[in-house]
Design a protein around this ligand. Structure first.
Ligand SMILES: NC(=O)c1ccc[n+]([C@@H]2O[C@H](COP(=O)([O-])OP(=O)(O)OC[C@H]3O[C@@H](n4cnc5c(N)ncnc54)[C@H](O)[C@@H]3O)[C@@H](O)[C@H]2O)c1
Ligand SMILES: O=C(O)C1=N[C@H](C(=O)O)CCC1
Length: 237
């Protein structure tokens, strides 16, 4: 496949290495305003966006206009998600966003949903989420922590939202910590006076995120519509 990297930072470089090892060609590396690049002559099969929150919307929608399918891992731009999916359908293009592309986190998501379902009637337990990432991360809380909160809210009628650092009784608190070089650690805890139940995922490197993004791009090629990582991994879950 011919791949365009929209964002060529820590993740862009990790994706490049894995994509080349899997036989793909990187035909474009975008590091600034996408309008500075010519997308038309490159016959791009898929774009993979790991850029910055304020660039993601323009990158994604520009790719759609050039009939290029987009895999997006950039977090912190989701206020525009509905607009993006509408435009994807209007342009007859293809789009796949995941807050976290690693297989391990996608297994963790399924565990989180199952645990939330089991805990929803147990009022003695208070739920909270903690995420830890490297100090260069621009957004807080992480996209993954938001996904975890949304999964719990979908299962538990007593929870209506989440908040960073504190929460009302009907909300889930998310605590975001920044520590040098941490690739990404997420913990969901249920605490009562008697005990604590915890599930945790700790990434050891960026390799899992990058591999998942390349697999998603391979899967998305020649498809039309809006998809999630659950579609890619449907044979597993
Ligand atoms: N979904 C996942 O699995 C996953 C995993 C890791 C990181 N992320 C997310 O991916 C994003 C990138 O993470 P990173 O660690 O590579 O960050 P990074 O800061 O290392 O890289 C971002 C790059 O984007 C570039 N950039 C700036 N403006 C741009 C523009 N207009 N168009 C394209 N690129 C532009 C910057 O020059 C920088 O090199 C973040 O939002 C992060 O939260 C998601
Ligand atoms: O390094 C980052 O930034 C990460 N961002 C994603 C998030 O916000 O959940 C995934 C984990 C790494």
């Amino acid at each position: 496949m011919k791949i365009a990297l929209l964002g060529y930072g820590k993740m862009g470089k990790a994706i490049e290495e894995i994509a080349i090892n899997r036989g793909h060609e990187i035909v474009l590396r975008v590091s600034e305003d996408i309008e500075a690049y010519n997308l038309d002559e490159l016959e791009i099969d898929a774009a993979i966006d790991f850029s910055i929150p304020k660039a993601a919307y323009k990158n994604i929608t520009t790719a759609f206009k050039h009939k290029v399918p987009v895999v997006c891992g950039t977090t912190g731009w989701l206020d525009d998600y509905e607009k993006v999916t509408k435009l994807c359908k209007e342009e007859d293009s293809a789009f796949l966003y995941a807050s976290n592309f690693s297989l391990g986190v996608n297994v963790f998501f399924e565990l989180n949903k199952k645990l939330a379902h089991m805990m929803k009637g147990l009022d003695d337990y208070a739920v909270e989420i903690e995420e830890i990432h490297h100090t260069e991360k621009l957004d807080a809380p992480s996209g993954t922590a938001i996904s975890l909160a949304q999964q719990i809210i979908a299962e538990n009628p007593n929870k209506n939202g989440w908040q960073l650092d504190h929460a009302d009784k009907d909300e889930i608190p998310i605590y975001a910590k920044r520590i040098k070089d941490v690739p990404g650690t997420h913990t969901v805890s249920y605490e009562s006076k008697i005990d604590t139940i915890e599930i945790m995922h700790m990434a050891k490197s960026r390799q899992g995120f990058a591999l998942g993004a390349v697999i998603a791009a391979e899967w998305l090629k020649d498809k039309k519509g809006v998809f999630t990582m659950r579609d890619v991994l449907s044979s597993l879950f």
